[in-house]
Design a protein around this ligand. Structure first.
Ligand code: ATP
Length: 256
């Protein structure tokens, strides 16, 4: 039984089926990729798993049906995510940005921390673990606008990890990075599964997705058109066609 299981998940925007009867099964501890051309429905799928857009079909997480849970409860049962846009509090240090997430994203919890030091100590511990997991301990005291784009991306992932989730949904973490930065990001992201977490990675950077993921789903027009190892999906003619029209498979391999 998978940690995250979608059965016939469908998201409808008016007349458009952005996600069309998608079923997938992600085992605990796996690093799974979701790729697909622009507008394929990748972000919509992550939004629906997070509870940010309504969907039909079933969403099971850790053996529970969660499709009716609001987003904050899904977060509480262990689902965390990042967003395409980097929204860090620029007036807080990187450590403080993570602490807000670790405390439950509540300013009230920050304010009451002095009265419940044990809870605060627990959050502080999770923050240090998240920083270490992403290899950015040395950035903890820096302000977000003083670090590089690649480092800010790692901070947003660390912020999701600071809530100690079982699964992290990553929405295009490599957007805006060059290929060397993207390879470095992939190396650091692998640490999440080494630490026992489960990852679903959505990205346009085929090199990143295909090199770090154990298993890859390919979405086109809201439907899964291929799935398997990176090597298998690279060879799949439907994937080649979705990305390159009728070109041969050879150029696909050059993305790695
Ligand atoms: P990209 O790789 O460009 O980010 P994507 O694979 O993440 O694309 P989505 O952003 O999920 O694709 O969009 C899937 C489809 O749903 C697209 O046709 C998009 O125009 C449409 N869409 C997305 N959000 C909405 C919305 N809020 N209302 C209506 N249509 C939407």
């Amino acid at each position: 039984m998978g940690l995250l299981e979608l059965t016939e998940m469908t998201v409808q925007y008016g007349g458009l089926r952005a996600v069309d009867a998608v079923s997938l099964d992600i085992p605990e501890g796996a690093f799974v990729g979701l790729i697909g051309p622009n507008g394929a429905g990748k972000t919509t799928l992550i939004d629906a798993v997070s509870g940010l857009v309504p969907s039909s079909g079933s969403v099971r997480f850790a053996g529970r049906n969660i499709e009716r849970m609001p987003p904050h409860k899904r977060a509480r049962v262990g689902l965390a995510r990042t967003f395409q846009s980097i929204e860090l509090f620029d007036d807080l240090s990187i450590r403080e940005n993570l602490l807000v997430a670790a405390e439950g994203a509540s300013w009230l919890s920050m304010a009451r921390a002095p009265f419940w030091p044990s809870r605060s100590a627990d959050a502080a511990h999770r923050v240090e673990q998240a920083l270490a997991s992403l290899g950015i301990e040395d950035l903890a005291g820096r302000m977000p606008d003083s670090v590089s784009l690649g480092q800010r991306k790692l901070v947003t992932v660390a912020r999701a990890v600071a809530a100690n989730p079982r699964m992290v949904l990553l929405d295009e973490p490599a957007a805006g990075l060059d290929s060397a930065e993207s390879i470095e990001l992939g190396r650091q992201l692998r640490q999440l599964t080494t630490d026992g977490r489960t990852v679903l990675l959505v990205d346009h950077d085929m090199g990143l997705v295909l090199s770090v993921c154990d298993y890859v789903y390919v979405l086109e027009f809201g439907q899964i058109i291929a799935q398997g190892s990176a090597a298998a999906v690279l060879q799949d003619p439907r994937v080649v066609k979705a990305y390159l029209g009728s070109e041969a498979a050879a150029p696909m391999e050059s993305v790695l």
